[in-house]
Design a protein around this ligand. Structure first.
Ligand SMILES: [Fe+2]
Ligand SMILES: [Fe+2]
Length: 214
């Protein structure tokens, strides 16, 4: 077939199937499966929005102001993710599932309230880590077959990794013991004579290496 008649055929098909919107005949993936997978990601995001908003309203304690702001920002970003995924589901001819009775069953992560500030941060961190793992799976599934959905999920994944990193820092600030062994402490490795929690980065940086007074 000549190049021009092939183009002609593609144009004909496009004209005949205009009701299918962005989905063209060369879309190789099973659309129902794709919509199911994206609906699970959507449910995950919606549960995250609610959990972060709940945490935003309930956060109390001496560290709460900074943490509250972080919860609020994350809630807004999870809502943006949900909107992008819903939009993509619609583009693919599917129905974005927003029925509250259904989304908890579809979500990868759970709605956990937490009873203290540290608990809340921990629950959020667990949820982010679950999202990171499952989104990586989803990205692999899309591969070269649906680059638009893959790119969207890659951008969302990058944000979830940022969230997890911020939560790890917050958890450490609220509960310093959580940093032991798993993460270099910013004041222990930057401040030469740091004896542990309570020192502020830079405060002791001009002093000599630690020598115990005899
Ligand atoms: Fe998200
Ligand atoms: Fe997140």
């Amino acid at each position: 077939m000549s190049h021009s008649s092939m183009i002609q055929q593609i144009r004909e098909r496009a004209r005949q199937q205009i009701t299918q919107g962005a989905v063209t005949q060369d879309y190789k993936l099973d659309r129902k499966r794709v919509v199911d997978i994206l609906n699970e990601a959507l449910a995950t995001e919606l549960v995250c929005v609610l959990r972060y908003r709940f945490h935003y309203f309930m956060a109390t304690g001496i560290h709460s102001q900074a943490v509250k702001e972080e919860f609020k920002e994350h809630a807004m970003e999870e809502q943006e993710h949900a909107d992008r995924i819903a939009e993509r589901i619609k583009q693919l001819g599917g129905k974005p599932e927003m029925n509250p009775a259904i989304i908890t069953g579809k979500s990868h992560s759970e709605y956990k309230e937490g009873t203290s500030l540290a608990d809340m941060i921990r629950e959020d961190l667990i949820a982010e880590r679950i999202a990171i793992e499952t989104y990586r799976e989803i990205i692999r599934f899309f591969g070269e077959q649906d680059p638009t959905s893959r790119r969207m999920m890659e951008e969302i994944l990058a944000k979830e990794e940022e969230h997890a990193d911020e939560l790890t820092d917050l958890l450490f600030a609220v509960e310093p013991a959580t940093g032991k062994g798993s993460r270099p402490l910013y004041f222990a490795d930057e401040v030469q004579n740091a004896s542990g929690a309570g020192n502020i980065a830079g405060q002791n940086s001009s002093t000599k290496p630690a020598t115990k007074p005899s």
